[in-house]
Design a binder for this molecule. Structure first.
Ligand code: ADP
Ligand code: MG
Length: 156
């Protein structure tokens, strides 16, 4: 499983990393984002959505659970935050299905362990605080074992 660890020191750097990751995604791709509150999950998704051609402001879907954006090419970028579903039995299995699938890509913050809809996710990004504005960001390619082609250099 390909792994890459990157450190960013500003929100802009995390957004730029999101843009790089966006370029790796195939149609229907699902990206899982893990990490504490404030680690930068939404910031990374913002950069990815921008790079994919979303023009609207990208805001946290914490209270609404999901946002769906449309790119100028007509594809969708779904952004889910399942924090409020944590610890609950999955109440609405169709919720995930609605947002995942062909015609776009999806980013899922606080993914539930064991949700079958998330089993085919292609990337997992784990962000952690590393002091002040530093963030350590671990990117795992869940589908391929080849090296991730990112600017951050080899895994360190
Ligand atoms: P999450 O979605 O993980 O809860 P957010 O992306 O909403 O996190 O918030 C991250 C917060 O941390 C923002 O206020 C952002 O400006 C700040 N921040 C500071 N440094 C960084 C960094 N290197 N990368 C991402 N966010 C950062
Ligand atoms: Mg968030």
């Amino acid at each position: 499983m390909a792994l890459r660890s990157v450190e960013t020191t500003t929100p802009a750097e995390t957004e730029a990393l999101g843009g790089e990751l966006a370029a790796l995604l195939d149609d229907g791709a699902v990206v899982l984002l893990r990490g504490d509150l404030g680690a930068g999950k939404t910031t990374l998704v913002r950069g990815a959505a921008r790079a994919l051609g979303v023009k609207e402001p990208i805001t946290s879907p914490t209270f609404s659970i999901a946002h769906r954006y449309r790119t100028e090419e007509g594809t969708t970028v779904s952004h889910l935050d399942l924090y409020r579903l944590q610890g609950l039995e999955q109440e609405e299995p169709e919720l995930l299905e609605d947002y995942l699938g062909q015609g776009g890509v999806a980013f899922v913050e606080w993914p539930q362990d064991g949700a079958p809809e998330l089993a085919g996710a292609s990337l997992q990004v784990t962000l952690s605080h590393a002091g002040e504005d530093r963030r350590r960001i671990l990117i795992e390619d869940l589908l391929h074992s080849h090296d991730l082609n990112l600017q951050g250099g080899p895994t360190r």
